[in-house]
Write a new protein. Structure first.
Lengths: 1015, 496
């Protein structure tokens, strides 16, 4: 209540501000419009040059000014080049302003508004929609890869999947480390429903001062997305964009062939029963057959994309309607994905003071899914098993001596996996805006996000091979529901007093998030060929998908304010405060307060810079702020009752009864996880605006980091840990962006840009003190921990034994001693020789060392564009460096699975054959322990996109009654360079499990031909 | 038009205020969202139904991974001369298992931690019940029984802890606050005293038997029999004799067919004193989560299992000639089981545990192999053998011989040509005979390792495998726990 009165008090205060109007000789009138679109420009400063006298255009773009008849008007507006116009006695002067080519003069979208980049005191990068839509990526965020310094995008190859996005490193461990997406004011966790063609621009907010206005969920960065709208007074423009292409595996991963496999299994057999006895399983490996499972399972897959949009506007309204259709076949046989999107945006000027508008977007996608184990199967399936026998029945691994861990024919896995998913999403917002008392704008908006997803999985009864069979059919239906809404009210005040410009924003909002997912299943459901019905089966079972996590329901109430002040466009000040109350926290810790302050000095506006010609603009900026992270599970400080399946009481005859108990310890309180960051940057536009440079230093700390710290196991909790605000993490580094654009003659234009982010991730403090937190991520064996999080080191670093070499002979094992006792007595030749780091004569967990870092130190990109007459060519390059991957695939073996060809080529198979790769017995003995062999260089460099376009000369397109026709050929991810010995160096994963490769989607390239037509 | 020009900031403030109040006016209720998915503890522990659910969880937990799978195999079985690792040399868990077979496991090895964690998780579930149920208003008789059931299970958990680790932190209540988190190890004698107190309380309150859906819950006989075993480990022979005599008075009898008594259709039979219940619950693999049979099942056959904890030749040779228990205890490679499963010669191990065996035809895809199999914790046969041993120690050879003969007679199955009655009255010879009988009668039931240590014969029997006196009587306590305690917990001798 108190807070509300404060707001209205401030409102009253603003009404006392007035604009000074001075009497002059001649009254000049006119209208200021955009030179390209013809749209009226509101709030343009029209001043008399050399004086402090001036005015601003009204909502119709009109201005009136008294001036001396020989004076000169100086017309300036953000994002446009300033114009000087001599009055020369004219009483009516209409002015057309041209958009500025200076990057720093461009308008960027910031939280709850727009600003010239020159006026921004934080780190904001903006990408134009066309940069996104011209790529063949299905998810718009995937296309940001390599475009923005400090933004690490890790793409997944799965159709329709969202990439992992880290802005300035991972800043949370327990919560969600993905950024917040704000689409036309609606907050989202994921935007895979969004059609890239609908995007006008994307703004990435990287520092706390620009993010703090989104306090609550801004700790991982904020990505603002504005969708396209029509322009006023324009005829309907119809655009068609479409492409068709093929996705192919770009770095084909080779497995051992049948004969090679035979040799390896013979060696494995000899090693596992050492010294060897009996006969080799494959006396004549060269006679073995060969199935290339990679080629059998993977394919070149078609991708088709069509987008049609119509936009335009009248004097009082604009509209934009777009429709998109995408069909993407997966690179795995049987897999496909299609998506339909529809977006309608309308804005109306109800009067000169009132504007209303809405956006409504619907999307629907369908997919036929694959069994997620298929990549592991490609990696493991025996190459000596044929896909099918001559009689058409499936090749059976059991006929070829497969151990239970390799009892699969991947073709059977593909053929009998029957799962379809559907997603429906309706997402939209509506607003009303009222301008009053000249300088005020009140805006109220409501947004909603409603989604449903359905996954239907049917396991039929079948017998394909010895182990691949199913005796009881089962239908499983998973249904998820998303129900989110957001309401916001803002009041904006903007005024210029001579050299002072002031903008004040006050806002209030409320949000609600609900998500639930339930699974229903039934057994013995008949497969009658036209759908499956739960009601036709028995043994019904229904549950929440994961009662520990879902359903989710949380609410937020917020108040926020921002002041932007500038003096002579030279000294800039920006301060924000946001207060958020979240239902996820309780009591006094419920409200979080997130302040920020930023300052800028536009050095180029100073008198002493007047005579230099190097810099067009030069700005130094610095900011500090705090942001929150609400992406943590709700009610962490509330002890709840667990009722997992493992607590179900069972009795004779299949009697069951629910069991519940308390098996966790909860902290007495949980407070907001807060990110605080310092950001200092220098931005310059040089050499006639041809060179743009930006250098930023940042130091981002996550304080009160929510973290599960280990507690004594004798307390008997289920996870062995207690959650608390118990850690501080830091990401600090530099970002450099450089771009050059120029023209040579009249026909050739080009631009070259590059960016690099250097980040260091470190845990500064953990309540557990020096006790490390270990995780076993996709390793075999019990408690075979391969990642560690500890003070002074990066989150989730790789940890394990140090390989000193490979034991070549029994003598070498016997001679590897401490105090005359063998250190690895049970080793055999071909095994890893581990370093006895603590020198105690045994190899155990106390000998582990740091093996690598899954958080890349460097992320970089280069972007180029060349246009000559009707041709245009662009090429983007991108990469990461200073990063490691834990290759969990190599050691993940339980029997006679296949090996990679790299392993075959380099393995130890007798004294002197290798001192780096072990024998085929790699999963046996102590060889599977987390160690330095499994940690590999994860750096890569790739040609992200290459695109060549040709626009038809207007003479021809006009004949076809078309405004513009451009055809292009595009290649994405065509060339990738990396040393990593796995499918794909792009390995995602949450903060403590990042960079562990187990079952990663193979890397593929997309080649497509497309056309852009404007009617 | 004019109307808009007359809009003042004050009017807008009123609109803003009104909209604000509309959505956040009842600010308290808007931000007060109850926990989703699982109820808060504050609404639990209120009714008799809550008490039932909590006690249910205690029993369900007993079939969990750390209770019946790898950790018990490592800690309670592999050290003995009756089992070895088994499985396939290429399986990632084999090296770790081998460390228990060869007594090379160090305090950082995972199964030690798992065994410790698992027992204390059980203790916590029991303490939750024991601390919270007394305040619930409910049927008094049922409440008394529930408390007694929790005490029985807690005693079982502490008995396994004290056998494996010696002194252990004794938690008989939930910690009040963080100051009670980090407590030192209590001397073994205190732990034993607490176990015996729990079992006395349990035996006094538990019914001798149950009917219907309650079959399988802890009985008076279970409490007495477990107490007898606890007393036997402390050589309190008079107590062992008295307690086993009480059990004898409760109407148990040996199941006629030894081999068949371990099959799923003969679960909870007349010989069963305490069995952990496990079922295949159609549609619910989470509730069918026992892996007891799976981890020991015949490797490399569908419906079998992973093939760990396999019988040794030493065990196979320990049976007297013609003893049918040999074939009932061990699945030999190449044999056909009485249930008709032919074990192919291609399986990697020569022998598997038959007592955990579930016919392959009962396997259902999507479920753990053999998840139906109950785990026999205490059989009446063991009660008789404890009775015999105690009687012999107390000089009553006649009673000892009589009890022993009951066990041998059942094994004999009517074939008088085998397993002659033991007749010696020499105390040492009779003791040896009883110990040998324990070895074969209880083979593959996770008894042998600690039994031999209790008998004081470990160096003689396990020494050749690497067992060392003054060290291997106990396993190390988990290194992570020692580290977390910051010096409050002290490691067992010989492990640092």
């Amino acid at each position: 209540m108190k807070r509300i009165y404060t707001i209205s008090g401030l409102l009253l205060l603003f009404t006392f501000f007035t604009t000074a109007v001075l009497a002059q000789n001649l009254t000049v009138k006119g209208k200021v419009t955009d030179a390209t679109t013809g749209e009226a420009l509101i709030g343009v400063t029209v001043a008399i040059k050399g004086t402090t006298t001036g005015t601003q255009t009204d909502v119709n773009g009109a201005y009136t000014l008294n001036a001396a008849s020989n004076a000169t008007l100086q017309v300036s507006y953000i994002g446009y080049a300033t114009q000087d116009i001599a009055i020369a006695g004219q009483a009516n002067i209409d002015i057309k302003l041209k958009a500025s080519t200076n990057e720093l003069q461009a308008v960027v979208v910031v939280g709850y508004g727009t600003q010239r980049k020159i006026d921004v005191t934080g780190s904001v990068a903006q990408i134009k929609g066309e940069e996104i839509s011209k790529q063949s990526s299905v998810n718009p965020i995937s296309s940001l890869q390599g475009k923005v310094a400090g933004v690490q995008i890790t793409n997944s190859g799965a159709p329709g999947a969202s990439p992992t996005v880290r802005i300035r490193g991972a800043g949370t461990v327990y919560g969600n480390a993905n950024p917040l997406y704000v689409v036309d004011g609606v907050w989202n966790d994921d935007i895979s429903f969004l059609n890239p063609n609908d995007i006008e621009n994307i703004s990435v907010l990287k520092d706390a001062s620009s993010e703090a206005i989104y306090g609550i969920r801004a700790a991982n960065g904020v990505i603002l997305i504005t969708t396209k709208k029509g322009s006023k007074n324009s005829k309907a423009t119809i655009n068609y964009d479409g492409f068709v292409g093929s996705q192919t595996i770009s770095n084909e991963f080779k497995m051992a062939t049948g004969p090679e496999y035979g040799e390896l299994v013979n060696e494995l057999n000899a090693q596992s029963i050492y010294p060897a006895t009996g006969t080799a399983p494959f006396p004549d490996p060269s006679s073995l057959g060969n199935t290339d499972w990679t080629r059998q399972v993977l394919r070149n897959a078609l991708i088709t994309n069509h987008n049609l949009s119509i936009n335009g506007g009248s004097e009082k309204s604009t509209y934009n309607v777009s429709f998109g259709y995408l069909k993407q076949n997966g690179t795995v046989e049987t897999q496909n994905f299609d998506r339909y999107t529809l977006r309608i945006k309308n804005d109306f000027d109800v009067s000169s003071h009132i504007k209303v508008g809405y956006t409504i977007a619907g999307s629907m996608n369908n997919s036929r899914d694959i069994n997620g184990d298929i990549f592991h199967q490609i990696y493991s399936a025996l190459p000596i098993v044929p896909v099918r026998y001559a009689d058409g029945s499936y090749g059976d691994p059991n006929d070829f001596g497969a151990t239970s861990s390799a009892q699969f024919n991947p073709q059977v896995t593909l053929d009998y996996f029957n799962q379809r998913s559907k997603n429906y999403r309706v997402n939209g917002s509506a607003y009303a805006e009222l301008k009053f008392a000249k300088h005020f704008t009140f805006r109220t908006s409501f947004g909603g996000d409603y989604g449903d997803n359905e996954v239907t999985n049917y396991a039929p009864v079948y017998t394909a091979t010895f182990a691949q069979r199913n005796t009881t059919s089962k239908l499983t239906e998973t249904n998820g529901k998303t129900r989110n809404w957001i309401i916001e009210n803002t009041l904006n005040y903007n005024n210029t007093f001579g050299d002072h410009n002031l903008t004040v924003l006050l806002g209030q909002g409320a949000q609600s998030y609900k998500f639930n997912q339930t699974i229903a299943s039934a057994e013995n459901v008949p497969d009658n060929g036209n759908g499956y019905y739960l009601t036709q089966g028995n043994n019904f079972f229904i549950k929440d998908i994961d009662p520990g996590v879902y359903p989710l329901y949380s609410t937020v109430s917020s108040y926020f304010a921002r002041v932007n002040y500038s003096y002579k466009s030279r000294y800039l000040l920006n301060a924000t405060i946001r207060a958020d109350g979240s239902s996820k926290f309780s009591g006094n810790d419920r409200w979080g307060y997130f302040p920020s302050i930023g300052a800028g000095w536009v050095i180029s506006e100073e008198e002493f810079m007047k005579d230099q010609h190097l810099f067009n603009t030069l700005k130094l900026r610095g900011s500090w702020g705090k942001v929150g992270n609400m992406g943590v599970p709700a009610s962490l400080a509330t002890t709840t009752v667990s009722s997992p399946g493992g607590f179900v009481y069972v009795g004779p005859g299949g009697y069951t009864a629910i069991g519940s108990n308390v098996n966790t310890l909860t902290p007495p309180i949980i407070a907001w996880e807060k990110g605080s960051s310092v950001d200092i940057g220098l931005e310059a536009s040089m050499l006639d605006n041809r060179l743009f440079a930006e250098v930023t230093y940042y130091d981002k700390k996550t304080e009160n980091g929510i973290f599960a710290i280990p507690i004594l196991a004798s307390l008997g909790t289920s996870g062995g840990s207690i959650i608390g605000n118990s850690a501080t993490f830091q990401n600090k580094g530099f970002e450099v962006t450089l771009s050059w654009k120029d023209k040579i003659g009249t026909d050739f234009t080009y631009s070259i840009g590059g960016n690099i982010g250097i980040n260091k991730n470190q845990v500064l403090e953990v309540a557990a003190g020096s006790t490390a937190i270990y995780k076993a991520v996709s390793t075999t064996g019990t408690n075979n921990f391969n990642t560690r999080t500890v003070v002074g080191q990066p989150i989730g670093q790789f940890y394990g034994l140090q390989v000193a070499g490979i034991f070549q002979t029994q003598d070498e094992i016997n001679n590897y001693t401490k105090d005359n006792l063998p250190i690895q007595a049970t080793a055999i030749p071909g095994d890893f020789k581990y370093k006895d780091v603590n020198n105690d004569g045994t190899i155990d967990d106390k000998d582990r060392v740091v093996l690598g870092n899954p958080n890349p130190k460097y992320t970089y990109g280069f972007n180029t564009y060349f246009a000559y007459k009707a041709f245009d060519l662009s090429a983007d390059f991108q990469g990461v460096a200073g990063v490691q991957i834990y290759n969990a695939n190599i050691g993940s073996r339980f029997g006679n699975e296949n090996f990679s060809q790299d392993f075959y080529d380099n393995r130890w198979h007798g004294p002197g054959t290798s001192n780096t790769y072990p024998s085929a017995f790699i999963a046996g003995g102590q060889n599977n322990r987390s160690n330095s062999f499994y940690v590999q260089d994860g750096s890569y460099f790739r040609i992200r996109t290459m695109q060549l376009g040709y626009s038809l000369p207007s003479a021809i397109s006009n004949k076809l009654k078309l405004q513009r026709v451009r055809i292009y050929a595009n290649a994405q991810n065509a060339f990738n360079f990396f040393k990593y010995k796995g499918f794909n160096p792009e390995v995602g994963g949450g903060p403590t499990v990042a960079g562990v490769d187990a079952n990663v989607y193979p890397l593929y390239a997309t080649y497509n031909l497309g056309v852009n037509v404007t009617f | 038009m004019k109307i808009y020009q007359n809009i003042t900031a004050k009017n807008v403030a009123i609109i803003a205020f009104a909209t604000t109040m509309l959505f956040t006016g009842c600010k308290k209720s808007f931000l007060d969202v109850p926990p989703q998915g699982a109820p808060a503890e504050t609404v639990f522990w209120k009714t008799g139904d809550d008490a039932t659910k909590a006690v249910n969880s205690i029993y369900a937990n007993l079939r969990g991974w750390t209770e019946v799978s790898f950790a018990p195999i490592a800690i309670e079985s592999l050290g003995s001369d009756e089992t070895e690792t088994g499985s396939d040399a290429t399986d990632g868990s084999v090296p770790a298992m081998n460390m228990y077979n060869s007594f090379t496991a160090t305090s950082t090895q995972g199964f030690i931690a798992d065994f410790w964690i698992g027992r204390y998780q059980t203790v916590n579930l029991c303490n939750q019940v024991l601390d919270n149920i007394p305040a619930i208003e409910m049927d008094g008789a049922l409440k008394t029984r529930y408390l007694a059931e929790a005490k029985f299970v807690r005693a079982y958990a502490y008995f396994r802890l004290v056998r494996a680790f010696g002194d252990v932190p004794l938690r008989l209540h939930l910690p009040k606050d963080a100051s009670e988190f980090n407590i030192p190890r209590n001397p073994k004698a205190e732990v034993y005293a607490a176990i015996e107190q729990d079992l006395n309380d349990a035996a006094a309150a538990l019914p001798p038997s149950y009917s219907g859906n309650d079959i399988g819950r802890a009985t008076k006989g279970a409490a007495l029999a477990l107490h007898a075993k606890v007393a036997m480990y402390q050589k309190k022979w008079a107590d062992v004799l008295a307690l086993t005599n009480q059990v004898k008075g409760l109407g148990y009898s040996l199941f006629p067919n030894y081999e068949q008594s371990f099959r799923t259709n003969n679960e909870n039979n007349s010989e069963s004193v305490f069995e952990i219940q496990a079922e295949l619950v159609p549609g619910n693999p989470d509730a069918s989560n026992s892996q007891y049979s799976q981890v020991q099942g015949v490797r490399s056959v569908v419906g079998g299992g992973w093939g760990f904890n396999i019988p040794t030749q030493s065990l196979a040779d320990a049976f007297e000639t013609g003893d049918p228990r040999r074939d009932a205890t061990i699945i030999f490679r190449g044999e056909t089981t009485p249930e008709g499963d032919a074990i192919p010669n291609s399986v990697p191990n020569a022998m598997y545990n038959q007592k955990s065996y579930v016919p392959f035809s009962m396997y259902q895809s999507g479920f753990n192999e053999g998840c139906q199999q109950n785990i026999r914790v205490i059989r009446y046969a063991e009660v008789l053998l404890m009775n015999a041993e105690a009687a012999n120690e107390l000089g009553d050879a006649a009673t000892a011989i009589a009890s022993l003969e009951l066990v041998r007679a059942r094994a004999r199955g009517g074939n008088n040509a085998i397993l002659p009655k033991v007749t010696t009255t020499d105390k040492d010879a009779l003791r040896t005979a009883i110990w040998n009988e324990r070895r074969v009668e209880l083979a593959m039931e996770f008894d042998r390792y600690f039994d031999v240590i209790r008998q004081g014969r470990a160096q003689a029997i396990f020494g050749p495998m690497g067992w060392k006196p003054n060290k291997n009587e106990l396993w190390p306590i988990p290194d992570a726990e020692v580290q977390l305690s910051g010096g409050i917990l002290v490691q067992n001798p010989g492990y640092n």
